[in-house]
Design a protein around this ligand. Sequence first.
Ligand SMILES: CCCCCCCCCCCCC/C=C/[C@@H](O)[C@H](COP(=O)(O)O)NC(=O)CCCCC
Ligand SMILES: Nc1ncnc2c1ncn2[C@@H]1O[C@H](COP(=O)(O)OP(=O)(O)O)[C@@H](O)[C@H]1O
Ligand SMILES: [Ca+2]
Length: 586
Amino acid sequence: METDRLESSLWVGNKRCRAVLTGWHFNWTEVDKKNRDKKTISVPVAEVVGVEEGRVEILPQKVVVETDKDFTVFYVKRSSSGGSSGLLWRLGRTQFSCLSRVLRDQWTNQLRTVLKTHSPLRPHKLLVFINPFGGKRKGRKIYHSVVAPLFELAGISSHVIVTERANQARDHLLKKDLTGFDGVVCVGGDGMFSEILHGLIGRTQQEAGLCENDPSVTLQPCLLHIGIIPAGSTDCVCYATVGVIDPLTSALHIIIGDSQPLDVCSVHHASALVRYSVSMLGYGFYGDVLTESEKHRWMGPLRYDYSGTMVYLSNRSYAGIVQYLPADPLLSSPRDKTRCLSGCSVCSRSTEKLFHHFSDSSSLYSSHFSQYSSETEGEWMTVEGNFRCVSLTCMSSSCPRSPLGLSPSAHLADGTGDLILVWDTNPLGFLKFLYRHTSTQDQFDLPFVEVHRVKAVRFCLPSGKGEEQYEKTGGSSGGVDEGETKSVETESSNGSQQHLAETGTRGELTNEEKTANPFLCGLCCSKSPALSVWNCDGEILPFTDIFSRIHGQLVHLYARGIEDREALHSCSEECDKCERICILQK
Ligand SMILES: CCCCCCCCCCCCC/C=C/[C@@H](O)[C@H](COP(=O)(O)O)NC(=O)CCCCC
Ligand SMILES: Nc1ncnc2c1ncn2[C@@H]1O[C@H](COP(=O)(O)OP(=O)(O)O)[C@@H](O)[C@H]1O
Ligand SMILES: [Ca+2]
């Protein structure tokens, strides 16, 4: 007999229901006067948020009507999210009446017991950092009005720190006592998330006695989960892992203890760790946008639109040598048109690959060594030329500005990153590339764009040449247009060059184009600086030459990846198609 099972009649308003609680689901079916079943609502136990005695409301304000025979159940309810790729989660609430107080207590006790036993990753205690200056400066308000009441309902105790300076959250995580915390929540944007990431990864390696500076070291995955309450400017990590920018949805993912592993890229310079990145490591256009945007922080999130336009108009390209270590092409490809969705099979297979040799958690980390040793045996590829931008991302990096992201088929937790090379091209070509980020058109289907799934990347300036030699007039000389130029080398791991191919012709504005469009000509004749900077998740790096390596599943977020809308349907019946997800409200 199932010990968790409880079944009885309950009333919802004046309607009688047959309610059943198993270890996995809480269902209630309305029955008519002739005892015939009508509508069933099924809530997975994993998605029950809280149970309260009496008739209770939480949002927008807590209202409790204490009664003897009533209880209220709060749970996750899905709703269509307009333009975003994911689903909005809302707080569902149903008030039940029982025939006796004894029965009511039986229901509330049993529900609380199954919640404990069937949702092991639900947090009990969280450390919360709020950046009061992120995005539209609404972090504090968002936390106190939306998130805190839900945490209280779910019985989560939280220690809240409103930051007073940059890097306060990182330093706290590196140095202070973290005993008893199950996770860390950041209320802010990608920059704030990055602080948490650095603090937690750094602390974990310190405690494990590992050296972060050595790129060959297998880093130890962090035990504390990270939750993100979006309150920033780009909010890319939240969007790419949840599918919507919505503090309530994110708070619910945290409460139910969802778990999403995430790849992290370490960036090194001259044998030292520089930073970690998850969303975007970008040189050229994205570096310049960040530099420009820092001057206009007062504009809030709009600073990126303004700076993006200004940098686009400055029409720059930069010389560089990019080397990359390709990932196994048999596992996946950045152009396979798949999307990494909740329960992604590519990421699951990667988990097995990353960790499968070892069954106990102590040896789980050493399996990373085998991953790295196979990397060192791989074949490095080299390309050299002028680039509009060079970007590396461990995930799609979708965000409201770009709903499918920098690399729409990238995976959150497959241990690889996507390297996007945009060769120099004419301004209209580059505009086409940028514009495609805002639509479903393939931004990689352009002759001056390449994308590679990689495990590691190196970038440096062409050797033996001073910076002044890259001071040049206009951004389009040396560019690649339709059917254009690139140099490709492959190199074995000992560094010897094996092959060099050079094809095509460089693309620049023709005289005809210049006559037809004097505006573009004027722009491209301005002096460009020789060097750009790296934009590393919204931070400017102080070095140009870098080595970067992807660490598979180094951290875990309170998220579950983007839920597949197609797999969900408008269903209020108990339904074996949905299994976990039965309440999709239109
Ligand atoms: C003609 C339309 C042009 C539209 C171009 C759209 C390209 C958008 C790609 C966005 C990728 C975002 C990757 C995430 C980067 C963030 O880490 C970083 C810091 O965010 P935050 O801490 O919230 O400030 N954001 C950026 O670097 C902004 C890039 C904006 C580029 C236009
Ligand atoms: N109290 C503070 N004062 C100034 N800067 C801060 C503070 N707290 C955090 N920061 C820094 O602000 C930067 C931007 O924060 P973020 O929350 O990502 O907002 P946005 O998305 O608008 O850039 C982060 O790099 C973070 O280190
Ligand atoms: Ca990845």
